[in-house]
Design a protein around this ligand. Sequence first.
Ligand code: PXP
Length: 248
Amino acid sequence: MSENHLRLGVNIDHVATVRNARGGAYPDPLRAAKLAEEAGADGITAHLREDRRHISDADIDGLMEVLSVPLNFEMAATEEMQKIALRHKPHAVCIVPEKREERTTEGGLEVAREENKLAHFIAPLRDVGCRVSIFIAADQRQIEAAHRIGAEVIELHTGAYCDAHAEGRMGDATQELESLRQMSAFARSLGLEVHAGHGLTYDTVKPVAAFPEVKELNIGHFLIGESIFLGLTPAIQEMRRLMDEART
Ligand code: PXP
């Protein structure tokens, strides 16, 4: 695969959201994950939340068993989640902030204030071979702190850019994009691998995909939504096409 290849991680949380709406086993997030793999996903992302509102422990067991591509396991920095990650040793662990009442991961992690605690938290994960990623806002202080605690990867939160775009606040969207661009370059200059995600759609993906420092995008809600209209495979293939177009 070329150096320039931008990886697409498909987040399957919201297949589980639909399944859980009826409390049964359908639709199966594992089936979606296998289909996403066949459609060209370079990885699968799943967030095991404290309240298990979408992905379940059994889903993580299953994903670890059936996937041929790497699993990016999103989790909060809690003892319970650390134990689960240490048992499974997924390819990557992405540490995200988590609030019980939020609908989705609203902001980036506050690394600078929790540096010591987080450094101790991620060390055992790194020791067992997980690539540790920290989900943060495009903020130099947070990036420097993520670097200091020993993270290998940061994932930049694209939510503020996508929200501004969706609400037609184009000046704000341009500004957010500029911060993402500058902070991608800054993080890379420290030797961090840069990922990005949250809220990305066909309309917003290309400018982010064009940043040469970004190695991976993690996209979920829009793709699962769009699969209602297009089907999961074409929805992913179209995202892949736009990412490749932005990169050339
Ligand atoms: N990256 C991270 C760290 C996330 O927490 C999420 C949402 O679970 C995503 C990417 C994907 O966001 P979306 O579902 O809005 O595409």
